[in-house]
Design a protein around this ligand. Structure first.
Ligand code: GLC
Length: 557
């Protein structure tokens, strides 16, 4: 029976030309988590050569660019987000020559390359921190409280758990919003600004097309470093402005970087971009990071955290598009990354929902980021033994409490460290090395093993196993990305909501209508057009379409 349709209403329009054309406005960018993508030398750790060898796979998948997570010299206290030398490649991942080769090969294939920059903190092995005099000027040292300074300077907690302060042998304390091995930089010191601009120039000279700015909301702290005065800080992160996140002062840094990027782009005749990893409390505050004179993109984590419910999805989509449209920027959608539970698992352990969510995301106006392995439908690995864990949060107990159990699709940690639904809220389960081929671990990941154990039942999920199988998730991604290229109306541009029954979303893009059935059962509709692509088999008979539960379908109109 056809269900009653609700009345149509317009969705906020994303302007097509807010700041002129730009490749990034509707690019699909694939996140390569280098240590888990492909290993060329058999040490069980992915590397730049391995990634380079697999670039043709990404070209064939149909993405526009790759984002490489940090491969810089680092003691690896936090998967390389603790950088000791921003201009050197860690021997684990290769050499500077390998980075250069990778960038050239990507460009030859028509793929752009974005690299991570980590400006909120360095490694404690960074030469600046190693030199006590320099350290005092360039990091955030404070005397302790208490009779003999034995108490931390304030009540801030590390995102990974425990106090955000560590006391040195000299008796003073330094701030680390993340692990103690990641001291926060003092962005009141102009030398810090100069150094990061120089680092950016270094990588731009090597040919990169942009930067993913790690903790882009973190560099500036409220004057006087005031207490939060709240016992449950973790719940506030991303929900309100805290004295250490999303301070208005960070925007001056982004404006300076935009000038640098634009200047470089003009000189080189190409557009180089910045994408903010910023956990802001509202879509409006997130949009501040993509004002015309700031960064180009900011990950839309509110979409990532939305539950699989039609109303919730629609309101997050509306709020996101309205907020970014108000500053002339596109929205940057994302469902998975190396910090959150893979969306197959997060959306209730349902591959059907994950496939549908991806087709929804790829039909929305703006840019989208894919995380390696989601194109294979990989689930979160939820049974890693403690002895193989590497996430520093696991050892500090940061996210274990408060993380909901597997299958929860409404609650998630908003700080980028762990959305709920994984093993226990920690991040190793989304970082297990990719399965490329074969029936047994390491499934073609490399000639050796893999730094985290891969499940024994991933033989059917490998790239080789899924290639050519029209029912596979890999072929669904290939088809969707192919259509996105061929249909000029997809990507940046207008969208409007169309009538749909409760639990179902329908919206149009130029030449296309997208339906999303978030219910667990079939819904019958008048066929809205000619079937183009669906995340699950759709039956169309006598102008009536049977939308399977948890599915998304693209129709030509
Ligand atoms: C970002 C990274 C995350 C890292 C943290 C500290 O959130 O994505 O992996 O642990 O910053 O650098």
């Amino acid at each position: 029976m056809t269900q009653e349709l609700t009345s149509p209403s317009p969705a906020p329009q994303a302007p097509g030309t807010g700041r002129g054309p730009g490749w990034w406005r509707d690019a699909v960018i694939y996140q390569v988590y280098v240590r888990s993508f492909a290993d060329s030398d058999g040490d069980g750790i992915g590397d730049l050569r391995g990634a380079r060898e697999r670039l043709p796979y990404l070209k064939d998948l149909g993405v526009d660019a790759v984002w490489l997570t940090p491969f810089y010299a680092s003691p690896q206290a936090d998967g390389g987000y603790d950088v000791a030398d921003y201009r050197a490649v860690d021997p684990l991942f290769g050499t500077l020559q390998d980075a250069d080769d990778l960038i050239r090969t990507a460009h030859d294939l028509g793929l752009r390359v974005i690299v991570d920059i980590v400006p909120n903190h360095t490694s404690d092995r960074h030469p600046w921190f190693q030199d006590p005099e320099l350290a005092r000027q360039r990091y955030l040292f404070r005397p302790g409280k208490g009779e003999s300074g034995e108490l931390p300077p304030n009540d801030w907690e590390s995102v990974f758990g425990g106090p955000a302060w560590t006391r040195t042998d000299r008796g003073d304390w330094y701030l680390h919003l993340f692990a103690p091995e990641q001291p926060d930089l003092n962005w009141d010191n102009p030398e810090v600004h100069t150094e990061f601009e120089a680092i950016m120039r270094f990588w731009l000279d090597l040919g990169v097309d942009g930067f993913r700015v790690d903790v882009a909301h973190g560099m500036i702290k409220a004057p006087g470093l005031p207490d939060i005065g709240h016992g449950a800080q973790a719940q506030l992160i991303g929900a309100q402005v805290l004295p250490f996140f999303d301070q208005d002062g960070v925007h001056a840094i982004h404006r300076a970087w935009r000038r640098l990027l634009d200047g470089y782009g003009e000189a080189l005749g190409r557009q180089v971009i910045g994408v903010a990893e910023a956990w802001a409390p509202t879509a409006e505050r997130l949009a501040l990071y993509v004002r015309p004179d700031e960064l180009h993109q900011a990950f839309n984590f509110q979409f990532l955290n939305a539950p699989w419910q039609a109303d919730a999805l629609r309101s997050v989509i509306d709020a996101s598009l309205a907020a970014t449209a108000s500053v002339g920027a596109p929205t940057t959608w994302v469902l998975s990354n190396h910090d959150v539970v893979r969306h197959t698992t997060r959306l209730g352990g349902s591959l059907a929902r994950a496939r549908a969510a991806t087709l929804l995301m790829l039909a929305l106006p703006g840019s989208a980021y894919l995380y390696q392995g989601e194109e294979l439908g990989l689930p979160e690995v939820t049974d890693l033994p403690d002895e193989v864990r590497q996430d520093p949060a696991f050892f500090r107990g940061g996210r274990a409490t408060g993380a909901a159990g597997p299958g929860t699709d409404t609650e998630s940690a908003p700080d980028g460290v762990a959305a709920a639904g994984g093993q226990d809220g920690f991040r190793d389960g989304c970082r297990v090395p990719l399965p490329w081929s074969g029936e047994l671990p390491p499934y073609g990941f490399g000639p050796g093993g893999s730094w985290l154990p891969q499940p024994a039942d991933w033989g059917g999920l490998t790239v080789a196993a899924q290639t050519g199988d029209p029912a596979s998730t890999l072929e669904l991604y290939r088809a969707a990305l192919g259509l996105r290229r061929r249909l000029p109306g997809l990507g940046d541009g207008a969208m409007s909501w169309a009538p749909a029954p409760d639990g179902v979303l329908a919206f149009t893009r130029p030449g296309l209508l997208c339906t999303v059935n978030t219910l667990g059962h079939d819904v019958e509709l008048p066929a809205p057009g000619t079937l183009l692509l669906s995340s699950a088999p759709v039956t169309v008979a006598e102008a009536t379409a049977q939308l399977p539960g948890d599915s998304c379908t693209w129709w030509a109109i």
